[in-house]
Design a protein around this ligand. Structure first.
Ligand code: SF4
Length: 240
């Protein structure tokens, strides 16, 4: 289950080109109207018995079909922070390609960060990594990770790994998706090993290059195909 308090988005960098949700061939949502959903307060809605609809002790992916830090959501985000603060028994996992809007989007009591918020800064190439990650590391965040998705080229993340808990890597999905090369994935994995940071190859993408071939992979099999490689280093870490 995900929590999508609002929906809609638009391109911010190269990684968005074939966005699964809003790219030229998007099938799932395929629209750019940014609006609050009818589930915006879902984590604090209660049943007739007075219990939360969403049970505690879980990781809740938040805004995976939009971007939590969209400027259009500035007013709604205040309410979202209050909801997050109320549910201290849930880990809210927020991925963003707009980390530059982080500081101006914080609630007044953020301090050094809420304990139950895990922020993932998404990067897709060296340019976005060098632009976003130094800022990301300088911000007050208690739990943070890097999401290389969609991975579009070989990346050197070594200057940034000291400040994160975890790295996730994924290829691009879609009929016009760009290839994901196993060599790039293994290079990031090696960097994580050296930095003692956990690593998860989440999905191969639609076109997975390895051993001199490019394998075309159905969207529903990309996660299991990545798992068959047996290259994850999770050390018992619970993932979404
Ligand atoms: S920021 Fe994310 S959801 Fe928004 S267009 Fe880019 S890839 Fe899609």
């Amino acid at each position: 289950m995900n929590w999508e308090p609002w929906t809609g988005c638009y391109k911010v960098s190269e990684g968005c080109e074939n966005c699964y949700f809003y790219g030229p061939h998007a099938k799932r949502y395929g629209q750019n109207t940014i609006e609050k959903t009818d589930k915006y307060d879902w984590p604090i809605r209660k049943t007739a018995k007075g219990e939360y609809n969403i049970k505690g002790n879980k990781i809740l992916p938040t805004c995976f079909a939009t971007d939590f830090f969209l400027p259009e959501a500035d007013e709604w985000r205040k309410e979202a922070w209050a909801i997050i603060k109320e549910r201290t028994d849930i880990d809210f996992l927020i991925l963003t390609k707009r980390i530059d809007r982080f500081l101006i989007s914080l609630p007044s009591d953020w301090g050094s960060g809420y304990d139950n918020v895990n922020i993932g800064c998404t990067v897709e190439n060296q340019k976005t990594a060098d632009d976003r990650l130094p800022r990301f590391l300088s911000y007050p965040i208690k739990r943070r990770f890097i999401a290389c998705a969609p991975l579009l080229e070989n990346l050197d993340l070594t200057p940034y790994l000291h400040g994160v808990d975890h790295v996730t890597v994924g290829g691009e999905t879609g009929r016009d998706a760009r290839e994901c090369d196993l060599d790039w994935v293994l290079s990031i994995r090696e960097q994580c090993v050296k930095a003692d940071v956990t690593f998860w190859f989440k999905n191969t993408g639609s076109f997975f290059k390895h051993d001199g071939i490019t394998e075309k992979i159905n969207p529903f099999k990309q996660t299991s195909r990545a798992k068959t490689l047996g290259i994850d280093i999770l050390k018992g870490k619970k993932l979404f």
